[in-house]
Design a binder for this molecule. Structure first.
Ligand SMILES: CNc1ncnc2c1ncn2[C@@H]1O[C@H](COP(=O)(O)OP(=O)(O)OP(=O)(O)O)[C@@H](O)[C@H]1O
Length: 196
């Protein structure tokens, strides 16, 4: 059976394990803007950044932002990682997120990237304070350094992250759409794994 994703969601592979929430119809959108979001994922841990200013202030997120004119999403993702966390990595695309917000005139098409290794030193910047988080419960790790790390702080993240972050951590490609109401609550969401 083939799966039809919500409007705006693009994919190349087959969609499996669809998860669906919310009751309202999908919001309309007239413009789509590209963004990036990058995560360094290592054995038992993930690097997130605490956003100190601007859009998403006081929330933890990956590192990313808008594309500069003429940039590919990969170039933008690598530039934003350098600008916001002070590190360089060869990123690869691991998913796409599509966000629509009742209060915002355009839809966000976010290319999500990941890497396991990086060069340079993780550095706090004017925009972001990077921090490592454990991706498994402390009792399930034998690595004392991982056991000391805090768990992923979903209560200080965008309301949608809890639905797609597990797909990112499972290392399968994923696609998701999330619609926000004007009061900031998640009004409807859809997520799936993408396989070849
Ligand atoms: C609605 N739910 C959401 N859930 C998780 N992540 C979200 C998100 N909505 C946007 N994002 C990410 O937030 C960053 C914004 O980037 P943003 O600060 O606007 O861009 P940029 O750094 O270019 O801006 P300035 O340089 O400050 O103008 C960018 O990574 C984008 O992928």
């Amino acid at each position: 059976m083939s799966i039809s994703p919500p409007p705006g969601v693009t994919h190349e592979g087959n969609l499996i394990e669809v998860h669906n929430g919310g009751a309202e119809d999908w919001l309309q959108f007239s413009e789509v803007r590209p963004y990036t979001n990058a995560f360094i994922r290592q054995e038992g841990k993930i690097l997130l950044g605490y956003k100190k200013r601007g859009f998403g202030k006081d929330l933890y997120n990956g590192f990313g932002g808008k594309l500069d004119p003429g940039e590919t999403s990969l170039q933008a993702a690598e530039r934003e990682l350098q600008e916001e966390a002070g590190i360089q990595a060869k990123l690869r695309e691991c998913g796409t997120l599509f966000f629509v917000d009742e209060k915002i005139a355009w839809a966000f098409h976010i290319h999500v990237f990941t890497a396991e290794t990086f060069t340079g030193e993780v550095t706090e910047t004017e925009e972001m304070r990077p921090q490592w988080f454990a991706t498994q419960p402390a009792e399930e790790t034998t690595d004392p350094e991982i056991a000391k790390l805090p768990q992923i702080p979903y209560s200080q993240m965008w309301a949608d992250d809890v639905y797609w972050m597990p797909l990112l951590l499972s290392k399968t490609k994923f696609v998701a759409r999330m619609d926000f109401a004007s009061d900031g609550t998640l009004r409807k969401w859809w997520a799936a794994k993408e396989v070849q």
